[in-house]
Design a protein around this ligand. Structure first.
Ligand SMILES: [Fe+2]
Length: 424
């Protein structure tokens, strides 16, 4: 059996349709070389995913919470039981109860309001950074704010580091003689804040995934990371294997994330009920196999990856991924100070809400362990931190450059310095 190398594009191909046709033909040929057709291999994936979907829908029928919940105290004490760990791995998502004291989270929320108001943010707001004609002076839901004392205190807190290390260690981070990442050191990926006021109407956010777009099939790094999906040996695919995931990049674009995140996450800064426009996921990490192989079936045009293209989020849709959608599950009620986490490859969405009850406030803080990819990005994060700039993954809005009360380098503790790659 001869297995030829896959064509790859480590930069965005100039002709997307031609590259799509070429990679799909090559992937089909490579899978066929394993002795099974694409259809046979996909049937295996479909059956596995079906079993997981049934598990989720059965739990829902029994009235159980689909999202696993673990108390922070158990993570701190190292007393998370084997059943809870197994559920976390099966569902790929988690609510950490009491990650921070409720008063601490509410205090951070007030601190953010003081921070932006004292710097006249609302008067000067220029509209969404990617919308040239955005209206001046309106109140955004997403604040393009990165360097408030509240955010940095949370990012460099021991409680955050402990939960990130716990989540990172669910991944296999050493294999083939390589240590792919350091589970005990986070890179403090700076992201924004959402503050959605009482009474708000929001259309929500459709089902999508974050780790990439066409690059998931086309770059040499991702081809290595998803090697078992692309060589016909899907039984060996492990969504918790970090091998080859921590050095390559993504195609540039408005939706890219330069960092490798084991889990996406946010920390609640207000109480939120489960029916108030909250986060949902398809809680099945191995659904990635379905998403990456589905375009190879014959009912998808040769130059189409089920609607995935560059510069737009990867859409998960009823048209191409209907069986997965049955498992879409929302978080339970959360309180200020709880945190919410989901495997970086999982489909997620934000439900719409009308006349929202209570606030919907979160700080986006993921788990982004130290690895070559995150170390490279940390250089630009350091620069953004020192100058109060927007990090390079985000629109170049730079509101905080002249804000005197932003978090300063002398406020960093050891976790903060380590995360930014500054000398201790
Ligand atoms: Fe997302």
């Amino acid at each position: 059996m001869t297995v030829t190398a896959l064509p790859h594009w480590d930069e965005t191909p100039t002709d997307l349709r031609a590259a799509t046709r070429e990679i799909k033909a090559a992937l089909r040929a490579r899978i066929a070389a394993s002795g099974r057709t694409v259809e046979e291999v996909f049937a295996v994936v479909e059956q596995r995913v079906r079993a997981s979907v049934d598990d989720v829908t059965a739990a829902r029928r029994r009235g159980e919470t689909v999202w696993p919940v673990i108390d922070y105290a158990d993570i701190e004490a190292g007393t998370v039981g084997p059943d809870a760990l197994a559920t976390l791995r099966r569902r790929g998502c988690l609510v950490v109860r009491g990650h921070f004291a409720r008063e601490q989270a509410l205090d951070w929320d007030r601190g953010i309001v003081d921070y932006v108001e004292s710097n006249h943010f609302f008067e000067n707001y220029r509209g969404p950074g990617d919308d040239f004609f955005g209206s001046v002076g309106s109140t955004p839901e997403i604040y393009p704010i990165y360097w408030s004392p509240a955010q940095m205190q949370a990012r460099q807190s021991e409680r955050m580091a402990r939960v990130q290390a716990f989540l990172n260690s669910q991944w296999t981070h050493e294999s083939e003689g390589v240590r792919w990442f350091d589970p005990d050191r986070d890179s403090l990926y700076p992201d924004r804040i959402r503050r959605r006021p009482e009474g708000a109407d929001s259309a929500g956010l459709g089902t999508h995934l974050d780790p990439g777009t066409l690059d998931l099939w086309m770059t040499s790094a991702y081809q290595r990371a998803f090697r078992h999906l692309f060589d016909g040996r899907v039984e060996q695919y492990d969504p918790w294997d970090a091998a080859h995931r921590t050095s390559g990049g993504q195609y540039p674009g408005s939706t890219m994330c330069s960092a490798f995140r084991t889990f996406q996450g946010w920390t609640a800064l207000s109480d939120m009920d489960h029916d108030q426009g909250v986060l949902h996921t398809v809680p099945i990490p191995e659904a990635m196999a379905y998403l990456l192989l589905r375009p190879l079936l014959r009912d998808v045009p040769d130059d189409d990856m089920c609607g995935v293209t560059v510069n737009q989020v990867f859409p998960a849709s009823h048209k191409w991924h209907a069986p997965l959608m049955e498992a879409l599950a929302g978080i339970p009620d959360v309180r200020a100070g709880d945190s919410v986490w989901w495997h970086c490859d999982m489909i997620h969405s934000v439900a719409p809400v009308q006349a929202q009850q209570g606030w919907g406030n979160v700080m986006y803080i993921p788990a982004a362990p130290w690895c070559p990819r995150n170390e490279a990005y940390a250089a630009s994060v350091r620069e953004a931190f020192l100058t109060g700039s927007s990090p390079s993954d985000f629109p170049a809005e730079h509101y905080e450059r002249t804000w005197p009360n932003r978090f300063r380098v002398e406020d960093l503790n050891e976790i903060g310095r380590r995360g930014l790659g500054l000398p201790l």
